[in-house]
Structure formats: structure tokens, C-alpha cells
Design a protein. Structure first.
Length: 400
């Protein structure tokens, strides 16, 4: 009996030791930050060269970059590098605000999907009967093809007005109705039908403004408050807001816009009152919380920003478009990923998530050159953390 017990103890000790050895080896394989930051693959004169992040920033003339990395369903790394403005005076930190540009659309889409979850909106009903103050003009040729929320969120509604450039500080700002109708101080055209709804992909910031009006119309609150209640507050996205313009308190820690030559604008940043399309101020840390919750929902976990069933729809490529609902969708199985490019004047960035394996990243910059640098940084992250796919991220217009 003693001998048998002694033998079992040796076996258990060997198994335990093996487990500890395996854990130790696994931990040692985790990449160091330097493996990413010292190996940014930048294409220069047709040749890929490995650079440090600081050298790559100088090459692209990007004053500041901020990023967050998700690994195995956890936010494991948040860092900010560079200065708030082209004058190199004040350094950024992980709480520094950046304009999210079209990353705002992903937040807006998930807010709408949360309202679908709550029974306040329908994905497949015609939106026109539910819009207050303005409706999509429907030429006779399109009257039998009503626009739905699913089509608005998947860039397949057939609507025009691709994007919005914003306004200089101090300029008069349009209301949402003026933005949609192209009247008053609005600088964009009226949002109108260009193609049969559901028939093809057509990028439309105007379509997301229609979705914003739909949410406003079916709630007793304005869009910024709706998003705050349904997405930002539940996910503790405490640095994110839709203040257009920013109040004095939030202006204390903001990365200032710079052009493609690395020069500051005549003002610190433009004002973007088109909330759902481009109006979010945020940080990579906040947006990583958002990505993580969407991925966990997709994995079947409850108590997330949207239900698992809605997350499955959001991360499924829709008919005649590269989009799911709020994101570009690529890959299948472990390689399934959702992504979005964000661009406002003087700001560019990317977000990407791999819901099956729980990997992802967000990168934000204060530069009109930022998307290339963000792609290169994400490539380095993907390689170091062994993501299922590596390569340049693609928004829908880049996919053929």
C-alpha cells in the first residue's frame, strides 16, 4: 500500500512538474513589447523595412499614436506615444482623446442593435414610417424597395453622401434634420437614393445619419444620451463622448489634428456634429472595451453590450456588401475578423477584432497619414501575438 501510494505521488509530481514546465514555456513565448515596437514593417521606396515605432512615426509625419491590444479576451496592453501637436510640446497619454472618425459608425451601429435587442427597433422594417421630421426621398423607381435598418448599417441602402468634413470652430452647426436635408448651415448635400436598396455596396455616412434619426425618433432622448445609456456607460467607456464642440474640461487632454505634411491646422480640430457617422471622441482603451464586449457576445457570453444572437448577425457579411452590421467582415472560422477604418480631418485609425480567438487591437492617430502607420503597427502586433491572419487591414472600398 505504501509503495503504491509512493508511486502515485511520483506520477502526480511528474504531471504537476510537467504542467509547471509547460506553463513556464508558454509564458516565455509571450512577446515583449519591444518585439512589436522595434519591428514595424514600413514600405519605403517599394521595399519593406523594419523600423522602431518612433522612426516610423517620423517617416509618416505622425505626431501621436495611441493603441490598445486584446489577447485571449483581455486588454493586455495600452500605450500612447508622441505629442499632442506638431510643435512637440506636450506628450500624449492613454487618456488623451482622439476623434474616432468613422469608428463612430461601429459604436452607432451597435447602439442601434441594442435597441433591436430591446424591441425598440426592427432590422428589416422600412425606416421611413418611423422617422420624425424628415424622410428619405423615394423616387418612383425605388418606391417598392424601402430602406431598412439592416441596409443602413451594412452600407447597402443605396444612399448617397459618403462622408462629412466637419466645421471650423465658431461656424454655425446644422441640426440633424438640416444635415439630412442639406439645408441651413449644412455643407453636405441632401441624403437621397442613388441605387435600389439592398442591391449593392455604397459607402454612406448619410445612411448612418438616417440611422441616428431613427434612434432619436424611437426614443425620448437624443443620440448622444442614447449611446451613453446603452453602450458607453455599461462598458465603462468613461473617456468617450459626443461633445461637438468639446467643453473646456475635455479640451485639457486632446491630440490636435495635423495634415499629411505633419503641420497643424489653422485651428486645433474641426467640429463634427454628425454624431453617428463621425462625431465620437474616444481613446483606444475605451474602444478596446467595446470590441471585447462584441467579441464576447459573439462567443455566446451574456451580460455584454448586445445579445449573442444579435452579435452573430452583426459579424455576418450581409447581402451584396462587404459589411456586416457596423463593421467590414472578412474570413471564416478562426480567421473571422471584423474591422473599421476611421478618418476625420487630421485623425485616422483602425479597429479590428477576431471573435473566435479573442484577439484584437485599436490604433488612433492625430494625422492625415495615420492609417498607414496604424496598419503597419497592427501587422506587427498580429505577427507577435500569432493572430490567425496577418496583412493589411481593408475597409470595404479596398476589397475587390
Amino acid at each position: 500500500m505504501f509503495q503504491r501510494k509512493s508511486f502515485l505521488q511520483k506520477v502526480m509530481f511528474t504531471i504537476l512538474l510537467g504542467g509547471l514546465t509547460f506553463t513556464s514555456c508558454f509564458a516565455s513565448q509571450q512577446p515583449s513589447h519591444d518585439q512589436v515596437l522595434n519591428h514595424i514593417p514600413v514600405k519605403q521606396n517599394g521595399v519593406i523595412k523594419k523600423m522602431t515605432l518612433e522612426v516610423a512615426m517620423a517617416y509618416f509625419k505622425v505626431p501621436a499614436i495611441s493603441f490598445a491590444v486584446i489577447n485571449h479576451n483581455k486588454i493586455i496592453w495600452v500605450q500612447a506615444v508622441g505629442s499632442k501637436n506638431a510643435g512637440q510640446q506636450v506628450l500624449v497619454n492613454t487618456d488623451t482623446l482622439f476623434q474616432a472618425g468613422s469608428l463612430s459608425k461601429s459604436i452607432g451601429a451597435v447602439t442601434a442593435l441594442k435597441m433591436v435587442d430591446k424591441g425598440q427597433l426592427s432590422l428589416d422594417a422600412s425606416v421611413n414610417p418611423f422617422l420624425k421630421g424628415w424622410q428619405i426621398p423615394m423616387p418612383d423607381i425605388f418606391k417598392n424597395n424601402p430602406v431598412t435598418l439592416r441596409e443602413l448599417l451594412s452600407m447597402s441602402a443605396g444612399l448617397g453622401v459618403g462622408g462629412y468634413y466637419g466645421y471650423q470652430p465658431g461656424e454655425s452647426l446644422p441640426t440633424l434634420i438640416e444635415t439630412l436635408s442639406g439645408t441651413g448651415p449644412a455643407k453636405g448635400q441632401e441624403v437621397t437614393m442613388l441605387y435600389k436598396s439592398g442591391s449593392r455596396y455604397e459607402y454612406s455616412g448619410g445612411g448612418y445619419e438616417v440611422a441616428e434619426l431613427l434612434m432619436d425618433s424611437q426614443s425620448d432622448k437624443a443620440f448622444p444620451e442614447i449611446v451613453q445609456n446603452l453602450v458607453l456607460r455599461p462598458l465603462a467607456m468613461t473617456r468617450s463622448n459626443y461633445q461637438q464642440p468639446l467643453d473646456s474640461h475635455n479640451q485639457e487632454n486632446v491630440a490636435e489634428a495635423t495634415d499629411s505634411n505633419g503641420q497643424t491646422f489653422p485651428y486645433k480640430w474641426r467640429v463634427t456634429p454628425e454624431y453617428a457617422a463621425a462625431g465620437l471622441w474616444s481613446t483606444p482603451d475605451d474602444l478596446a472595451k467595446f470590441i471585447l464586449s462584441v467579441m464576447k457576445s459573439y462567443q455566446g457570453k451574456t451580460e455584454q453590450v448586445i445579445s449573442p444572437s444579435i452579435a452573430k448577425k452583426a459579424l455576418t457579411k450581409q447581402k451584396n456588401t462587404q459589411y456586416g452590421l457596423g463593421f467590414v467582415i472578412e474570413g471564416k472560422g478562426r480567421e473571422l475578423h471584423f474591422m473599421k477604418l476611421g478618418q476625420n480631418a487630421g485623425y485616422q485609425g483602425w479597429l479590428v477584432g477576431y471573435p473566435v480567438v479573442g484577439e484584437g487591437a485599436v490604433v488612433m492617430t492625430n494625422s492625415d497619414n495615420g492609417k498607414e502607420l496604424a496598419q503597419d503597427l497592427i501587422y506587427a502586433i498580429a505577427k507577435a501575438y500569432h493572430w490567425p491572419t496577418k496583412g493589411k487591414l481593408k475597409d470595404a472600398w479596398m476589397i475587390h
